[in-house]
Design a protein around this ligand. Structure first.
Ligand SMILES: [Mg+2]
Length: 80
């Protein structure tokens, strides 16, 4: 988990410090490698988990938030 947090920090630094797209891609790949390692060591199918989650997301209602489309679960904050 600490390694994933570290990689996330490096991704954040790429964005906040205006680093190159290549740097951002490399740090994103580092995080993906750690996620894949987690799936292997915990013995779950990351590909299957990904598509199950995409199916859930695709069923959510979209909503405009600050001019952007969001599909987050709006539990308890949706006043409509
Ligand atoms: Mg890295």
């Amino acid at each position: 988990m600490a390694l994933m947090a570290e990689e996330l920090g490096e991704i954040s630094a790429c964005v906040t410090k205006g680093k190159s797209k290549q740097d951002l891609a490399e740090e994103s790949a580092d995080l993906l490698i750690l996620l894949m390692g987690t799936a292997i060591s915990a013995e779950f199918d990351l590909n299957e988990a990904f598509w199950q989650k995409m199916e859930k997301i695709n069923k959510r209602k979209s909503k405009m938030v600050n001019g952007k489309i969001r599909v987050s679960e709006f539990k308890g904050i949706d006043k409509n």
